[in-house]
Write a protein that binds this ligand. Structure first.
Ligand code: HEC
Ligand code: HEC
Length: 214
């Protein structure tokens, strides 16, 4: 199964490469919707995410944040660490978005999609205890996880619990946020260090998933 899945994902990458390479350089950039067609295999037809391939929900994510992350993946600032299996899967998908207009188009389309309401997959977190930890997070991610562009903090409300947990772990272990050019990631890395153990991580995730999605 694992190798089949790997094959399918590689095929997606190859198809995207062909699609993008086939477009003449001078041609008008494809619409965000056209580019998004190549994201749905992993992120779902409505951008709702798919835990089986570790692709988070992206529908309704702020345009500035999507664009910034796509540039980070493209430029090797995110998703390059050998331990970052999910990032390594995502990275080849955007390497062909060399023209910033394409990134802008797909980011704007992604942001226009309605945010999904993910189902809970984690248990054992105590949302009330997590609220105590979250007091530190609110400055950058908003009191209700709505995000705060002024501090580069993405929205966390509406994100899947498994992805939140995994991302916190990646920042803690330096799998994400340790590239010297990743200044936002470095800020975030310092912050997750207050979540000293697995229980604290689960508690804060339980609190975040109690926020309304929109
Ligand atoms: C082959 C599967 C695959 C395809 C195709 C794919 N992605 Fe991803 N994407 C992933 C995975 C896996 C992650 C999670 C990376 C991680 O855990 O750090 C991800 C992460 C992301 C993120 C970061 C989300 C966050 O909260 O930081 C964005 C934004 C994103 N993808 C957008 C896109 C867009 C836009 C496309 C189409 C151009 C696309 N992806 C195509 C697998 C894919
Ligand atoms: C000083 C500002 C700041 C504080 C405080 C902060 N963060 Fe962040 N956080 C960020 C920034 C900036 C990013 C985006 C990093 C990037 O661009 O990759 C981020 C990213 C994240 C992500 C990844 C989201 C995604 O979609 O991939 C999670 C999860 C997260 N933070 C959780 C937390 C939690 C939990 C706390 C509190 C313990 C916290 N953050 C405190 C600034 C902050």
């Amino acid at each position: 199964m694992a190798s089949l899945r790997h094959l399918r994902l590689s095929t997606t990458g190859a198809a995207l490469a062909l699609f993008l390479a086939a477009a003449p350089v001078s041609a008008e950039a494809p619409s965000g919707e056209q580019i998004f067609d190549h994201c749905t295999q992993c992120h779902g037809s409505a951008g709702e995410g798919n835990q089986l391939v570790a692709a988070p929900p992206i529908a309704g994510m702020a345009e500035w944040y999507v664009a910034k992350q796509l540039r980070k993946f493209r430029d090797g600032i995110r998703g390059k660490d050998a331990r970052d299996h999910e990032g390594l899967r995502m990275r080849p998908m955007v390497r062909f978005l060399t023209d910033d207009t394409w990134i802008d188009n797909v980011s704007s389309y992604t942001a226009s999609l309605p945010k999904p309401a993910p189902v809970a997959t984690l248990s054992g977190g105590d949302a009330a205890k997590g609220a105590g930890h979250y007091a530190t997070c609110a400055a950058c991610h908003g009191l209700a996880g709505e995000g705060n562009q002024a501090t580069n903090g993405p929205a966390l409300a509406g994100q899947s619990d498994w992805y939140l947990y995994q991302s916190i772990e990646k920042f803690k272990t330096g799998v994400r946020g340790s590239d010297p050019k990743d200044t936002d990631g470095a800020v975030m890395r310092g912050m997750v260090m207050i979540l000293t153990d697995d229980q604290a991580m689960k508690d804060v995730v339980a609190h975040i998933t109690s926020f309304p999605t929109n």
